[in-house]
Ligand binder design. Structure first.
Ligand SMILES: *[C@@H]1O[C@H](CO)[C@@H](O)[C@H](O)[C@H]1NC(C)=O
Ligand SMILES: *[C@@H]1O[C@H](CO)[C@@H](O)[C@H](O)[C@H]1NC(C)=O
Ligand SMILES: *[C@@H]1O[C@H](CO)[C@@H](O)[C@H](O)[C@H]1NC(C)=O
Ligand SMILES: [Zn+2]
Length: 428
């Protein structure tokens, strides 16, 4: 008995250990022609359980970052040679990169006030580090408590692992009326993209706590923000596997998880998503099969009518994308969507010189169906639907050091202001 108990203890502690990435490399690959691009697209569609595509194939111009496990280094090198693909190593050892990105970084540029308006002790959340789901939820709850006229915390349903999902409504009740336009924001649908929730909490804080600096954004608009769209995955990426992407539904035998951003029900499963449950882009057994995507759908439909803009935050690549994902065709109003995105990016770039490119989700070659942006525009009828991939362009990728959170947020806030100004002018 004693041996068994000991064995159980050892196994339990082994299970509790975080997944390590010793010897994993991130290789940046550039296709030179359509056939070599198709080779990479095929690899992405069929072998994303082995080769983790940190960036998705979209077009010939854009290099693709692929994480290669040590056991496949030689196979991968052969493939690069056979297809004459240009490449360079971006991250030589992913495990070291994970450790570096977790360490406390250089001094913060913004010092927090110790107390909130109501005088109660202030939340623990800040933007000099990444924070776990519990800390984020406590932050939201405290804002709702301190600003009852402005912030409403709405529960929209439970995740597969029974966590509460939240949507924050930010609306000035003194000026609210039935004709205000609204902006919908989400982030973290992919668990490992930590900078996305870190921007969303910043946006909430800026709108609410700095209201006096820009009252028009609450007096003339309402905001609906889902700061963490995939809580189970986010929690898992904190404790178990830093590079986890999908949700945590074990629907497919030994392989866990559905890519929620392939699970939305507009032209679902029409290409660029995987049918194999072990792949990182597995689209799930049916459209909206997942609690998280179904909860988001239901919550969004309730507020869709006055909502004119949708911003879905991801990382990384520094791109601002429009529909469609399911087809290489562009929506009829693409010029309008493009202009707003470009104006927003111009103001973003003015802050630190950070470059973002603007374009459609499919780029020129590669289709990815089942994304939230397509359903938002195609079914929910929200005209200005965007996916925004935040910093960086691959030096750190998902492992963006915490000392870039505030600069990332400050520049993106300038873009959001441009979007907000425009949204006020959109006719019903
Ligand atoms: C940010 O939060 C972390 C965790 O609560 C804390 O250790 C750190 O000191 C905080 N940073 C600042 C500048 O307050
Ligand atoms: C409602 O809000 C809109 C947008 O701010 C504003 O233009 C309009 O005048 C408001 N209507 C009323 C009746 O207050
Ligand atoms: C965008 O940048 C322009 C040029 O600097 C500036 O005039 C404008 O106020 C900015 N827009 C917003 C919403 O801050
Ligand atoms: Zn993503």
């Amino acid at each position: 008995m004693r041996t068994l108990a000991l064995l159980a203890l050892i196994l339990a502690s082994a299970w509790a250990t975080e997944k390590r990435y010793d010897g994993y490399k991130v290789v940046q690959v550039k296709a030179k022609d359509v056939p070599s691009f198709q080779t990479l697209a095929k690899l992405y569609d069929e072998q994303s359980s082995i080769y983790d595509f940190w960036t998705e194939p979209r077009s010939l111009e854009e290099p693709i970052d692929i994480m290669v496990p040590p056991a496949y280094t030689e196979t991968f090198e052969r493939l690069l040679q056979t297809h004459n693909l240009e490449h360079r190593i971006k991250i030589a050892d992913v495990q070291s990169a994970i450790e570096i990105s977790r360490k406390d970084q250089a001094s913060p540029t913004v010092v927090q006030e110790p107390r909130s308006r109501s005088g109660s002790l202030r939340y623990k959340l800040n933007w000099t580090e990444y924070h776990d789901y519990t800390t984020i939820v406590l932050f939201l709850a405290e804002l709702a408590q301190n600003y009852p006229d402005i912030v409403t915390l709405i529960t929209i349903g439970k995740t597969h692992e029974n966590r509460e999902m939240y949507m924050v409504k930010i609306s000035n009740s003194q000026t609210s009326n039935a004709t205000k336009n609204a902006i919908l924001v989400d982030g973290g649908i992919h668990a490992r993209e930590w900078i996305a929730p870190a921007f969303n909490t910043w946006l909430i804080h800026e709108l609410v706590e700095n209201y006096a600096a820009h009252p028009q954004y609450l007096d003339n608009l309402d905001w609906y923000i889902l700061p963490v769209m995939n809580p189970d995955g986010y929690v898992y990426s904190f404790a178990d596997d830093r590079l986890w992407r999908k949700n945590r539904n074990p629907v497919n035998g030994p392989c866990v998880g559905i890519d929620l951003n392939r699970n939305f029900g507009f032209h679902w499963n029409e290409g660029g998503s995987a049918g194999n449950g072990c792949d990182d882009t597995y689209h799930g057994p049916a459209a909206f099969s997942e609690d998280e995507s179904a909860n988001a759908r239901d919550a969004i439909l309730l507020v869709a009518e006055r909502t004119k803009v949708y911003l879905s935050y991801h990382s990384y690549s520094q791109v601002w994308l429009t529909p469609w994902g399911y087809t290489v065709d562009l929506p009829e109003d693409y010029p309008l969507l493009f202009d707003l995105a470009q104006n927003a990016v111009n103001n973003l770039t003015a802050v630190y010189g950070t470059q973002y490119s603007v374009g459609s989700t499919t780029g020129l070659l590669y289709v990815a169906s089942g994304g939230s942006i397509d359903w938002i525009k195609g079914d929910a009828g929200i005209p200005y639907a965007y996916t925004v991939e935040l910093r960086d362009t691959g030096d750190y990728g998902f492992l963006l050091p915490a000392d870039q959170i505030i600069p990332n947020n400050l520049e993106m806030w300038e873009a959001v202001k441009v979007v907000a100004d425009y949204t006020m002018t959109i006719a019903n």
